[in-house]
Design a protein around this ligand. Structure first.
Ligand code: ZN
Ligand code: ZN
Length: 155
């Protein structure tokens, strides 16, 4: 598993969490201590994490039962602070803080690395093409699979 996320300092992490808190508040929601802790854990991960991988890390919290963590993860996804990668059945913190609705992931079939990809206008173009066809896209989550550059070099 390669390291996808840069190592952030404690100050930067505090700023990220504070921003997440504001985002939730703006949406009339609350980043509860548990939700905040789950987001913090996701930000610690070097790639997509399954709920069951996160559970032991929350062991200090008596409330950390599977439904609790799933609810916290669902909340983070709903807020755009995290994404659920269906093909891996895993969760990853949003690379840019928060995506309103739509994003693209490039997933390596060999090492499992998942990179949140800025595809420029691709998603806008898709939405425009769909609207010409009479469809209003509300959310797009593209999971593209293939080989990352490191695995291509190793091949
Ligand atoms: Zn994102
Ligand atoms: Zn790879």
């Amino acid at each position: 598993m390669t390291v996808m996320h840069h190592h952030h300092g404690a100050t930067e992490r505090a700023a990220q969490l504070a921003e997440a808190e504001q985002r939730c508040a703006a949406a009339g929601e609350s980043l509860t201590p548990l939700r905040r802790r789950v987001l913090d854990l996701l930000l610690d991960q070097h790639g997509p994490a399954k709920a069951y991988d996160l559970l032991p890390l929350l062991n200090d919290e008596k409330t950390a039962k599977p439904p609790t963590i799933y609810r916290a993860l669902d909340f983070l996804v709903r807020m755009g602070l995290a994404h659920r990668i269906e093909s891996l059945n895993a969760f990853v913190a949003c690379d840019v803080g928060a995506c309103a609705r739509s994003t693209i992931f490039l997933i390596c079939e060999k090492c499992g690395a998942a990179e949140e990809f800025d595809a420029g206008h691709a998603l806008v173009d898709l939405a425009e093409a769909a609207s010409k066809d009479g469809f209003a896209i509300r959310r797009t989550m593209i999971e593209a699979s293939g080989l990352c550059s490191a695995c291509q070099r190793a091949a």
